[in-house]
Design a protein around this ligand. Structure first.
Ligand code: ADP
Ligand code: MG
Length: 624
């Protein structure tokens, strides 16, 4: 029998194929099962238009048969089979897809689920096999043929016997090497694992004889093994089912089965889009932060399926970083895959899906906030930080999308509130959205800077996370209201301004002297409008606040960025009288007081004082 040669370029392609296209050897099974599924689909589609054919679902299946003695793995299907010509054309020519041709011939545009399109998947068999034998009998033909190849050097075709229509692909597995163990593809558990992983949602049953144990008849504790044919795949993917058929429990089971997390998800989102790009998705918002969330190992992403076949375990492009906590999967028939399927050929459809998903998650979170506030707050405790990062990321590109999902602790409500809630109850004379920063709520409560704003009856948002102020600076405004720190130089509260200015003038020399004492440690020393009961605090001017200075200081490449600090003195405090007396009578004392007040202001802010020993000595000086 003459050996036919692969076309010249095919030879090289095959080499390339075997060695480089697929990242993992186990992929071969996914490819062969996909082909088998396509072959059954073809009968199904033919039966739709051909009255002489009936499609009885029970007769169609795929069977996986490992044989340890012969070291062969057989993939059998009851699909449409191949004629001699088809064997030659489809398997003898790399990059020729009979399936793509079938789709085109039958004008299957809608509802088609045929997977094949590149005409290379079949050859992945050579990653694990030395010899590949294909025995096939085509629908409507009396003859069967055997195609056989040992890889790059060509193939043979000869007539053979086969009773029923369909195809059997027999892989003679390669010998084990030091690095590769091909025997694993004969192990039941491993085969099950691979089928579950990639082909769980193939629509036809994938059967295998599975070893079971049962008690020996007439014996108490002796067991015997026997084989039983089992269906390995779940076939109908939950995401193809109608939402109304599914219960919360179904979704939770899916979450657990998929090992998306150990917790119970707060919410599931089931999407089914039938537009220009068709896709289905099931997404979950977890309740708890995954244990590895803040480690380098954590990878964001959704599982990506194409027509029910897993092509990527974590597709990062489907989720923005600020939604990286979302778990789940996407299945689309409309993705342009490249031949390895692990890489997406062009990401237009993917981008479209990602954008859709992003908006959908946002809407769902919003409705959670509106309708199930407790749940939302639990979610926000875990992942609010991500959302704030999202506002800040990419120069605020998505800040508008995210702003209504933000929550901050309120001085008035003593709980988390949204920006919308804050703004909608602002008194008419209030110009800004006020916030105060600090390590904890308790510490902020005691901040002297909050006194005036609080006295005015204005609500203050407490920022306790380092990201808060950065996010808000990026946001700049919410509903046309600017954000204002209670520490900022100008609080925008007019009425007290005139009085403070007068006091300022009156004591100008004293303040100038104090400024001289502190030299460039502060930008200015001033009379305070905001202080009511405390003697001293810092206000800041410019873009960098004291909290931001702390964040910058904690960074590894500390740029020594400092806030422009203004030392504010409460002229109505008894301490001020002492300052005035010292200015008149004892300049050394005034220096001492000035340094003390400056260090007090630092301590109130939680900033380190330059020289704690000197500070301690200074205090001793006033005690004796
Ligand atoms: P693709 O699936 O992308 O078309 P493959 O290399 O996987 O490419 O398969 C090439 C072609 O061989 C298929 O398009 C199909 O026509 C044919 N083929 C492969 N496996 C089978 C099978 N089990 N039954 C019928 N035809 C098959
Ligand atoms: Mg294929």
């Amino acid at each position: 029998m003459a050996k036919k040669q692969f076309k010249a370029e095919s030879k090289r392609l095959l080499e390339m194929m075997i060695h480089s296209i697929y990242s993992q050897k186990e992929i071969f099974l996914r490819e062969l099962i996909s082909n088998a599924s396509d072959a059954i689909d073809k009968i199904y589609y033919k039966a739709l238009t051909d009255d002489s054919l009936t499609f009885d679902k029970d007769n169609y299946y795929i069977k996986i048969i490992p044989n340890k003695e012969n070291r062969t793995l057989t993939i059998l299907d009851t699909g449409i089979g191949m004629t001699k010509e088809e064997l030659e054309n489809n398997l003898g020519t790399i990059a020729k897809s009979g399936s793509l041709a079938f789709k085109n011939e039958n004008e299957l545009k809608d509802g088609h689920e045929i997977i094949g399109q590149f005409g290379v998947g079949f050859y992945s068999a050579f990653m694990v096999a030395d010899v590949v034998t294909v025995i096939s009998k085509a629908l409507g033909s009396d003859e069967a043929y055997k195609w056989e190849s040992q890889g790059a050097d060509g193939y043979t075709i000869e007539p053979c016997e086969k009773d029923s229509v369909g195809t059997e692909i027999i892989l003679k597995l390669k010998e084990n090497t030091e690095d590769e163990n091909y025997d694993e593809f004969l192990e039941e558990y491993r085969l099950k694992e691979i089928i579950k992983k990639y082909s769980d949602f193939i629509r036809y049953p994938i059967k295998m004889d599975v070893t079971e144990r049962k008690r020996k008849e007439g014996s108490e504790n002796e067991f015997e093994e026997y084989k039983e044919e089992k269906i390995i795949n779940s076939m109908v993917p939950i995401w193809r089912k109608n939402k109304s058929e599914l219960t919360d429990e179904d979704y939770e089971n899916f979450y657990q089965e998929k090992h998306y997390g150990f917790d119970k998800p707060i919410k599931h989102i089931h999407i089914s889009v039938d537009g220009t790009v068709r896709y289905q998705a099931i997404l979950f918002i977890p309740e708890k932060i995954p244990f590895d969330y803040y480690t380098k190992e954590f990878e964001k992403g959704l599982e990506l399926y194409s027509s029910g076949v897993l092509i990527m375990e974590k597709c990062p492009d489907l989720l923005p970083d600020y939604f990286s906590f979302v778990k789940g999967m996407v299945d689309s028939e409309d993705l342009s895959l490249n031949i390895s399927r692990e890489m997406l050929q062009q990401d237009k459809q993917l981008k479209f899906i990602a954008k859709n998903i992003k908006n959908k998650i946002k809407r769902e979170l919003e409705s959670l906030l509106k309708n199930e506030r407790d749940k939302y707050e639990a979610f926000y405790q875990s992942f609010g930080r991500q959302l704030k990062f999202g506002v800040y990321q990419d120069f605020g590109r998505d800040k508008e999308l995210l702003q209504d999902l933000l929550m901050f602790y309120s001085s008035k409500e003593k709980k988390l509130v949204t920006l919308n809630e804050y703004v909608s109850r602002m008194p008419e004379d209030q110009k800004y959205i006020y916030y105060a920063t600090g390590e904890t709520i308790e510490r902020i409560e005691k901040l002297p800077q909050t006194e005036l704003v609080a006295e005015k009856g204005y609500e203050i948002l407490y920022f306790t996370e380092d990201i808060d102020e950065f996010a808000i600076k990026m946001l700049m405004k919410y509903k046309d209201k600017e954000f204002k720190s209670v520490s900022s130089g100008d609080l925008g509260i007019e009425e007290d301004k005139a009085q403070t200015e007068a006091e300022e003038k009156e004591n100008k020399e004293l303040f100038d002297y104090m400024k001289e004492v502190l030299s460039d440690k502060v930008k200015d020393v001033r009379a305070s409008t905001r202080l009511k009961s405390h003697p001293v605090c810092f206000a800041t001017e410019g873009e960098v606040s004291i909290e931001m200075e702390k964040v910058f200081n904690s960074m590894p490449n500390n740029q020594n960025i400092k806030a422009e600090k203004i030392l504010e003195i409460n002229v109505h405090h008894d301490v001020f009288q002492s300052l005035k007396d010292a200015y008149a009578n004892d300049k050394e004392k005034l220096k001492l007081y000035t340094n003390l007040l400056y260090n007090q202001a630092l301590l109130i802010e939680g900033l380190p004082i330059n020289d704690p020993v000197e500070f301690s000595n200074d205090i001793c000086k006033i005690m004796v």
